[in-house]
Design a protein around this ligand. Sequence first.
Ligand SMILES: NC(=O)c1ccc[n+]([C@@H]2O[C@H](COP(=O)([O-])OP(=O)(O)OC[C@H]3O[C@@H](n4cnc5c(N)ncnc54)[C@H](OP(=O)(O)O)[C@@H]3O)[C@@H](O)[C@H]2O)c1
Length: 346
Amino acid sequence: MHYGLALIGFGGVNRGLVEVLLLKKQILKQNFDIELSIVSISDMYLGYAADENGLDLEALKDLPSEKGALSIFPNGKTESDNDAAICAKATDIVVEATFTNPNDGEPAVSHCRTAISNEKHIVTTNKGPVALFGNELGELAQAQNTGFEFEGTVMSGTPVLGFVSSNLKACTINGFRGILNGTANFVLQQVEGGASMTDAIKIAQELGYAEADPTADIEGFDVMLKVVILANQLLGANLKTKDVIREGIVNISEDKIRSAKEEGKHWKLIGQASINDDGTISASVSPICLSAEDTLSSISGPINAIAFDTDLLGTVMVSGAGAGRIETAYALLADILKIDEMKKSK
Ligand SMILES: NC(=O)c1ccc[n+]([C@@H]2O[C@H](COP(=O)([O-])OP(=O)(O)OC[C@H]3O[C@@H](n4cnc5c(N)ncnc54)[C@H](OP(=O)(O)O)[C@@H]3O)[C@@H](O)[C@H]2O)c1
């Protein structure tokens, strides 16, 4: 089976996908009988290129980050043309990896809608459209018989959504608690080690864990989007971001963090949701001081982890990378394989 991919946004994650495709080309053919080619790329800064026979992956891997750099490729332009890439006949799967907009999800929501209404499958790592319109887009995709997959929106390539919906599908999930932001976790660990909160954030920025504006990580907005995605997809909720009680890590005193450590306890930014007795769902993001016995207390640095409360298995925990361009690109590949399975099972 051959699939033509249209890449919308060509930053860290979609560049990572090019590397993953080069690395996994043989295995995809041998084990799954799949050939993947990139038939177009559209990026606000780098421009546009399209070739229905597939763009040269080796050349894309080394593409310089220069304005309009894609214009040297077949059908190249210095400006982006997202609609042309999404709607082209050669496009089977749209790979959406533009920036996350936590307010209205745009422009990614429009990319998803255009793809689905043109009967294209869509895979994305973008939390915006999934947290704000995930249920609606899922229904649209189902009506159009297209795939809409987004494993990389939570814990990058570490399987969470796919793991629960396939391996735990006969269990009842009563709720979950997770460390879902590696930057906040790293910062708390630095403060435990003696750094001030301000210095810890600076160190995270120097190491590339935190953005120039660290608000989304430190104030819990990033985890809030992930909690909405998890609750809506795995607990059958229909939460909006305003339904999640949110508190970041900046108001915990440095002394409190250090004295907890001396007692073997650890402050963590915990995203959680659970089903109440009356069927409603409570969700929050807040700093919590965990005892040494807590399954999540040993998760350190940029690692993420989530513990599911299940009826038959008790607590089931998944931990692994929570970010990274190659790790997140792997989630896109896993989503593409899921779409292939769906197509082959029909
Ligand atoms: N990196 C990770 O570890 C990770 C993990 C999980 C999820 N994610 C999510 O995955 C997505 C991609 O992440 P990334 O790290 O690849 O981001 P990135 O490096 O910032 O790349 C995004 C690219 O999309 C381009 N872009 C922005 N708006 C566009 C538009 N309207 N049309 C076409 N291109 C547009 C950007 O161009 P400009 O530079 O000109 O704006 C940039 O080249 C984000 O939503 C992110 O939150 C990332």
